[in-house]
Design a protein around this ligand. Structure first.
Ligand SMILES: [Zn+2]
Length: 1178
């Protein structure tokens, strides 16, 4: 071909135009890139032989007319492009041959006089010349900037005129393809030299020029319609050269920008960004409208990659401005972009967002990436990281995403998932949650469950609370019409535990739908435990049992060990398990022991919270009480020892009176005072009353170590009140220690039921000590709290009946204290809500007052469904009956005890829950029967009562019943006159103070009589102390011997000579003389001094009783050495009783005793009200 070209030139064959067309078709412009690469791979020494003659031939103009040259323009440009590629692709010496540059030089000469192409050819020549530069040049940047500016100027001025001419379109397409060649090899030889020279100083300037050039091209390319140089799109719907040309320019610019490596200072130079933003606008607008861009299009792929790189490059707000510019168009293209690729773009945008000037925008962009995560566990971990940043507290990710400039196209299910995971991430992030974040979540919530979960953390927000209450009442009214769904039950569960149970019970029947909100089990457990704690603390035992059982099951199912142990602890400590419950405690204990064996050795390793230490140790303690009930006393003791040793390992507990310490002491106290036989293998413990004193001190010095401590103490205190009362009452001493603390606590928390329990204990204690005044005040409060009698009315009655102006000043103190207590009580009336609208019961005739506690007629409505409340009414009734008995107002008692008997038979389960109060009732009943001379009835009731005393009851109940039985027998079959007195003496047990006082009046004569007959007082006294228990235990087994055991061993002992028990002698007489005459009462009131004397005597005798019984315990074990043992142990008991007696005498002035002296304040309530007042003042 070289020969041919030479010949053509020599022969002046002026066919250049046709030759060009043919060459381009066959060899160059129209051939593929691969073909051109093949050409460039041919050895230069061979190809030169063709190219040189060709170029020489093309130099010859043959005086071609300019019009012809104009039409040939495209062919020349096409050849330039082809030659340039051949130059570039050469492996041995790229760009060395400079074929394209040589051709352009020829063209420059050819078109020298052809306007307007001549100037553009010149510019192109210089431009390509710069591309061919093979080494660094000093003023390269200056030259390039100058050239770019000239181009821009040319485009601006000529573009307007020639834009629609073919040659101009061809020029633009040529330039676009040139740029593609330039940018495609921006970082590899041979054009890398060009790009390297743009870096360094002044590089922002040179890049600005470069981008301005491309921007100028873009502006004119919009006019391109057709060009043989452009490759038309193969897509039928597109076929547009213009759009692809525009896109190509845009991507070149992005490529240049991405590869540019400005210094930090250069980055903030705003100049280059301006043309770039323009280019981005053109490019993406075109991309949006291109019909050929599908998910598989190479160009789209490249564009997305470039945009990702632009985002990755962001290191300053200026660079961020580019990202912000492409967000909206990118969102348009999004359906075409594969999700993984999009995610990588979003990730880069997410990282770039820190350079946003607007924090709102930054948040929106971050939320976009986070929300794009469709894998829940990935999303969850990403959200945790997000909220770890303390700045991200303004809005939740979900809400930010809603306002994002490029929101993810989420399905409704995905949106719900996003919200759910977002919500859980926030709720579990930390304990103190930022309110704006919660409010944001609240705004975006999808369902009611979300509301209740959020409301848990926003309890102080009145609006949220209002919404919750609305929801609850709404759901409750729905529940009346149709069964609630599981999720509705769960929602209501967070406001009442019953919903949790309904939710949990239906777990298998009704699977949660896939679009259901994931359950926040942690929140569920938290709220369930809180509800169960509240129910336990308030004393609603049946409901608390159900709640704890539910938690036990949930804890078991979720393998939440501490939750499980905590729930189990609730049941371990109970004397009687509710038989309705499907709880096999022995199985659970086995399971818990495995858990504990695993847990307790690990407690010290620092992995656990203090509250978890507490839970484990408390479980050990209560397991000890469980084992003691199972008669495994040794095991119980060992468990307590283990708890004690474990506790000693924690420095924060040593030397402190924490809940574990108090619980250990409590369980020890129970173990010791409840157990029937002394276990000889175990170390001797102090007597129960002494342990009680220790316990009182511990509670007084209580300190909190962990978050569960106070709750546990609040649960323990009511039990302590009841047990200490029982223990003290059965031993005829006073222990008021826990009343004040507990009453304070329950009043502050507004716990009506607990208040009632404390008052019942207190009332019992007052009755046992026959403080009738004080008992009456308790009874009045109880009647009020139980909605039997309004307090105000009784107060008015009391005031009008009792107050005398003369002593009013003295009364003021108590009146004030009383009214304060009243106002507290009014707030604490049982079921305040219902009772506000419920009128107090009609005042009933006094003659039927007692009946109402045990009768179904006139039963308050709130009593019908609650066995617990029915029991409380019953107990208060029993104590009221006792009160009436002590006051000798016996008119209603027959009816009452018949009613009580019926009540007890009505429901055996309910009767069983009365516990030891049933025995107390029996004791009072037998006592009353004896008073009525119904000795046979008394005997049978006492025997029945004795059988009903359960194993773990205080042993003193049995002895008290036996004493009653024994006395009843003696009364039934008196043995001689002398012995009759002895029998009567036994009646001294639980006699009313008035009788004694009356006795005191006639004491002088009695004393005179008895002293005449007395022998050795001490001896008889001792005898009597020792005898009854033996007699009791024997008589219960053999009734044939009845009456003999209590009889003094020999007839020569004159029991009537006993001065200390002279009361009973007269007592028997007065009791038999039915109700005391009013005149007698008045007389007794007028002689307080004598009453005191008799009282102390009575106390003396009373105090002996329990001590004797304690001794009997030993004697049963070793009957042969009974007297020896009793003598040995006597001093201890005596010391105790003396101490107790002394204390009692100190604490309660003698003048306070007796019915008519109710004006004198009772010490304990006085303190109580004072402390209440002090608190209010504070
Ligand atoms: Zn296309």
């Amino acid at each position: 071909m070289g020969v041919l070209f030479d010949t053509m030139r020599q022969r002046k064959v002026a066919k250049n135009a046709a030759l060009l067309v043919q060459l381009n078709d066959a060899l160059f412009s129209k051939r593929s890139k691969a073909f051109l690469m093949y050409l460039s791979a041919l050895p230069p020494e061979s190809t030169t032989k063709m190219y040189d003659p060709l170029l020489k031939l093309l130099i010859c103009s043959w005086a071609t007319p300019s019009s012809e040259l104009t039409t040939q323009f495209t062919e020349y440009l096409g050849l330039v492009l082809a030659l340039m590629q051949i130059d570039m692709f050469s492996i041995e010496a790229p760009l060395e041959q400079q074929l394209a540059l040589k051709l352009l030089r020829i063209c420059r000469d050819l078109y020298k006089d052809v306007s307007p192409q001549n100037y553009s050819i010149q510019l192109l020549y210089y431009y390509v010349k710069l591309l061919y530069v093979r080494e660094a040049t000093a003023d390269f940047k200056r030259t390039y900037i100058d050239l770019c500016k000239k181009f821009v100027y040319f485009f601006e001025h000529k573009g307007a005129t020639h834009a629609k001419e073919q040659w101009f379109m061809d020029l633009l397409v040529f330039f676009q393809r040139l740029q593609m060649l330039l940018h495609q090899s921006s970082n590899k030889p041979p054009l890398d030299i060009f790009w390297q020279q743009l870096e360094g100083d002044d590089s922002p300037e040179v890049y600005t020029a470069h981008f301005q050039l491309l921007h100028g091209c873009l502006g004119l390319t919009v006019n391109v319609v057709r060009s043989p140089l452009g490759t038309s799109c193969s897509n039928e719907a597109c076929k547009s050269i213009r759009r692809h040309c525009l896109l190509s320019f845009g991507m070149c610019a992005l490529e240049a920008y991405v590869n540019w490596q400005p210094t930090t200072e250069q980055k903030s130079d705003k100049a280059p960004y301006k043309p770039l933003l323009g280019i981005l606008g053109y490019t993406l607008d075109v991309a949006k409208s291109m019909k050929c861009l599908g998910p598989s299009a190479m160009e789209l792929d490249k564009l997305v990659r470039l945009l990702a790189l632009v985002a990755e490059k962001v290191a300053c707000p200026e660079q961020m401005s580019l990202v912000l510019a492409f967000l909206e168009p990118l969102q348009h293209l999004r359906p075409l972009i594969a999700s993984q690729k999009m995610l990588s773009v979003l990730l880069r945008i997410y990282k770039a967002s820190v350079h946003c000037k607007s924090s709102d925008m930054a948040n929106r962009l971050q939320s976009t990436y986070l929300a794009a995560q469709t894998n829940p566990s990935r999303l969850r971990s990403q959200l945790f990281v997000h909220y770890h940043n303390a700045n991200n507290t303004e809005k939740c990710v979900y809400e930010w995403h809603e306002s994002s400039p490029m929101p993810n196209p989420l399905t409704p299910a995905q949106k719900k998932q996003l919200y759910d995971v977002d919500l859980l991430a926030v709720l579990h992030f930390q304990s103190a949650l930022p309110v704006p974040l919660l409010q944001s979540l609240l705004r975006c919530r999808h369902n009611d469950y979300h509301l209740v979960l959020l409301a848990r953390k926003m309890r102080t927000d009145s609006e949220v609370v209002r919404q919750c209450e609305e929801l609850r009442s709404q759901l409750q009214s729905t529940a009346l019409k149709q069964p609630l769904s599981r999720m509705q039950q769960l929602a209501i569960g967070h406001t009442s535990i019953a919903g949790f149970a309904a939710f949990f019970e239906r777990a298998d029947q009704e699977p949660l739908g896939c679009d259901d909100t994931p359950i926040d089990w942690e929140a569920l457990i938290d709220d369930a435990v809180a509800a169960a704690m509240a129910l336990s603390t308030m004393g609603y035992m049946a409901q608390a049992d159900e709640a704890w059982l539910l938690i036990l099951r949930i804890g078991q199912m979720l393998d939440e060990r501490f939750t499980y142990l905590r729930a189990l602890t609730h049941f371990l400590g109970q004397d009687h398990l509710n038989s309705n419950q499907q709880l096999q405690l022995s199985e659970e204990v086995d399971r818990a022991q495995e858990l504990l064996d695993d847990l307790w050795p690990q407690l010290q390793n620092g992995w656990f919270f203090k509250r978890q230490h507490t839970i484990v140790m408390l479980c050990l303690c209560h397991m000890a009480s469980y084992y003691s009930r199972q008669d495994c006393l040794c095991h119980a003791q060992l468990l307590l020892l283990q708890a004690e040793e474990l506790r000693a390992q924690f420095d924060e507990r040593v030397g402190k009176s924490d809940i574990v310490q108090i619980t250990i002491q409590t369980v020890r106290f129970r173990l010791d005072y409840l157990r029937k036989k002394r276990c000889s293998s175990l170390p001797r413990r102090p007597l129960p009353l002494r342990q009680l004193d220790t316990l009182v001190d511990s509670v007084r010095n209580y300190c909190t170590v962990s978050s569960v401590d106070l709750g546990a103490l609040q649960l323990l205190l009511p039990d302590l009140v009841r047990e200490s009362t029982e223990c003290a009452a059965n031993r005829l001493t006073e222990r008021f220690a826990f009343y004040g603390t507990t009453l304070n606590l329950v009043l502050q928390s507004g716990m009506a039921l607990r208040t009632i329990e404390v008052l019942i204990s207190w009332l019992w204690m007052n009755l046992q000590n026959e403080y009738l005044d004080q008992a009456q005040s308790k009874l009045r409060l109880l009647d009020h709290l139980l909605a039997i009698k309004p307090l105000s009315r009784t107060l008015v009655e009391q005031t009008s009946a009792k107050y005398i102006p003369a002593i009013a000043t003295k009364e003021d103190l108590k009146a004030n204290a009383m009214s304060e207590l009243t106002s507290n009580m009014l707030q604490n009336q049982l079921y305040v809500a219902t009772l506000k609208s419920l009128p107090m019961h009609e005042p009933i005739p006094t003659s039927h007052q007692l009946q109402r506690y045990v009768s179904k007629q006139g039963m308050p409505p709130h009593l019908r469904d609650s066995m617990q409340l029915q029991c409380i009414y019953f107990i208060v009734g029993c104590l009221h009956a006792r009160f009436s008995f002590l006051k000798r107002e016996t008119d209603q008692l027959d009816d009452f005890y018949v009613g009580a008997g019926n009540w007890l038979q009505e429901d055996t389960v309910r009767t069983a829950t009365l516990g030891s109060m049933l025995i107390v009732h029996e004791l009072h009943h037998v006592n009353y029967l004896r008073f009525r001379k119904k000795h046979k009835d008394a005997l049978s009731y006492a025997e029945a009562g004795l059988k009903s005393v359960y194993q773990t009851a205080d042993i003193n109940y049995s002895f008290n019943l036996m004493v009653q039985m024994k006395t009843a027998r003696l009364e039934l079959h008196p043995v001689g006159k002398a012995r009759a007195k002895t029998i009567r003496r036994a009646l001294a047990f639980n006699t009313s103070p008035e009788d004694k006082r009356r006795k005191g009046v006639v004491e002088g004569t009695t004393k005179a009589k008895s002293s005449a007959r007395k022998t050795s007082r001490f001896k008889i006294y001792t005898e009597l102390e020792l005898r009854p228990p033996i007699g009791c235990s024997n008589s219960s087994s053999s009734s044939s011997k009845s009456g003999n055991e209590n009889t003094p061993p020999s007839d020569h002992v004159d029991l009537n000579a006993c001065q200390t028990i002279e009361i009973s002698d007269d007592d028997a007489a007065s009791v038999s003389a039915s109700t005391p005459a009013p005149s007698q009462l008045k007389r007794s009131q007028s002689v307080p001094a004598k009453a005191t004397k008799t009282r102390s005597a009575r106390i003396g005798s009373q105090l002996k009783v329990p001590e004797i019984i304690e001794l009997d315990d030993t004697m049963e074990e070793t009957p042969s050495t009974s007297s020896a043992a009793s003598v040995k142990r006597y001093p201890t008991s005596d010391a105790r009783s003396t101490r107790a007696r002394n204390r009692q005498l100190e604490e309660t002035p003698a003048t306070t005793r007796g019915r008519p002296r109710r004006k004198v304040p009772e010490p304990a309530p006085q303190q109580e009200t004072v402390s209440l007042r002090r608190r209010q003042r504070n």
